[in-house]
Write a protein that binds this ligand. Structure first.
Ligand code: NAD
Ligand code: IPM
Ligand code: MN
Length: 360
């Protein structure tokens, strides 16, 4: 059976890193006869240039007909001054929302070869394996009312709203509990319930749901403390479940524990296993077009696609193993501290993973 993948490379380093992930997917496609079929289109600034909008209706329609989307990144200085409603980031938010991709899984896993590249001392991160479950289609990113208004005294005020419905909290909390059940059975729910009503409701619902998962040890933590604990003693965490904005911030923070933002993949899933797969990082305009970006987060996101949408754990495991074998060869892109290692380009890193994969 064919498996339809929509490839949206996007902006900045997007095309460079997506190319490497497709090379890697092609190897497992041939090896296991997976029937992967690609359609290419674009999103973000590249879509603004091509279609006049950051996500064309035709692109969205193709995404809805596809089994999975592989995405690079969106955004860049060229489009930063556009009106907010047509900025590149809106395209990304729209595709997440329209596809119902409410569950964003961001695994922060340390490859042992990168222990010395972590921003923490090796002993604090050895064996690190945290899964951040981020709510992705609600909260302050989408809340209304929002805008910039002029007050009576003529001063302008920017405002946003952070709403969460019970059903939105329930469905993401359930993903948190179920992921914890498959792992070390510890779930930490991160909120700001000491200040915000939406967090108060979040905490109440998560607490009630814990009764359905007696084997999972649930804890709650305020987000400021969680940010601190992540760099104090990160291995205390197994699964963290949190809202859209907190998850955005905490996952970037967690990425550095694993050596680089260029190592953090992600899966954004709907209720039925359909998903969009993209690195957690952005379009890195400072290094775009230089063949310098680390493609591993995107390659590992492709592995997540095989695992979560195509239910082919074997090929996903093989890709992850090939990444490890590549790091064993002391090859590093420039984002990763590389004493005693060879600095390689984006395409050299992708080719090295392909070479290791072919040997497996
Ligand atoms: P960024 O993640 O693009 O870059 C932050 C820093 O990390 C930069 O120094 C960059 O060079 C580095 N970096 C990121 N990915 C890397 C990789 N794979 N290899 C090596 N180095 C890497 O974040 P930013 O600079 O805050 O944002 C730049 C643009 O990207 C903005 O327009 C922003 O809105 C957008 N953005 C998009 C996404 C997405 O598409 N999912 C995510 C975050 C930011
Ligand atoms: C991410 C990005 C996006 C987000 C932006 C570009 C809209 O930072 O995927 O982490 O905040 O979700
Ligand atoms: Mn982010």
């Amino acid at each position: 059976m064919t498996k339809k993948i929509l490839v949206l490379a996007g902006d900045g380093i997007g095309p460079e890193i997506v190319d490497e992930a497709v090379k890697v997917l092609n190897v497992v496609n041939d090896k296991y006869n997976l029937g992967l079929e690609y359609t290419e289109d674009t999103i973000g600034g590249a879509a603004i240039d091509k279609y006049g909008v950051p996500l064309a209706d035709s692109t969205l329609a193709t995404a809805k007909e596809s089994d999975a989307v592989l995405l690079g990144a969106v955004g860049g200085p060229k489009w930063d001054t556009l009106e907010r409603s047509i900025r590149p980031e809106k395209g990304l938010l729209k595709i997440r929302s329209e596809l119902g991709l409410f569950a964003n899984l961001r695994p922060a896993i340390l490859y042992p070869q990168l222990a010395n590249a972590s921003s923490l001392k090796a002993e604090f991160v050895a064996g690190l394996d945290i899964l951040i479950v981020r709510e992705l289609t609600g909260g302050i990113y989408f809340g209304e009312p929002r805008g910039i208004r002029t007050l009576e005294n003529g001063e302008r005020q920017g405002y946003n709203t952070l709403p969460y419905r019970e059903s939105e909290i329930e469905r993401i909390a359930r993903v948190g509990f179920e992921m914890a059940q498959l792992r070390n059975k510890k779930l930490c729910s991160v909120d700001k319930a000491n200040v915000m009503e939406s967090s108060q409701l979040w905490r109440e619902i998560v607490t009630n749901m814990a009764k359905e998962y007696p084997d999972v040890e649930l804890s709650h933590m305020y987000v400021d403390n969680a940010a601190m604990q992540l760099v104090r003693l990160p291995k205390q965490f197994d699964v963290m479940v949190t809202d859209n904005m907190f998850g955005d911030i905490l996952s970037d923070e967690a990425s550095m524990l694993t050596g680089s933002i260029g190592m953090l993949p992600s899966a954004s899933l709907d209720a039925n296993g359909k998903g969009m797969y993209e690195p957690s990082h952005g379009s890195a305009p400072d290094i775009a077009g230089k063949n310098m970006a680390n493609p591993l987060a995107t390659i590992l996101s492709a592995a997540m696609m095989l695992r979560y949408t195509f239910k082919h754990a074997e090929s996903a495991n093989l890709i992850e193993k090939a990444v490890g074998l590549t790091l064993d060869k002391n090859l590093r892109t420039a984002d990763i501290m590389s004493m005693g290692c060879d600095k390689v380009s984006t395409s050299e890193m992708g080719n090295a993973v392909v070479a290791e994969l072919k040997k497996l």
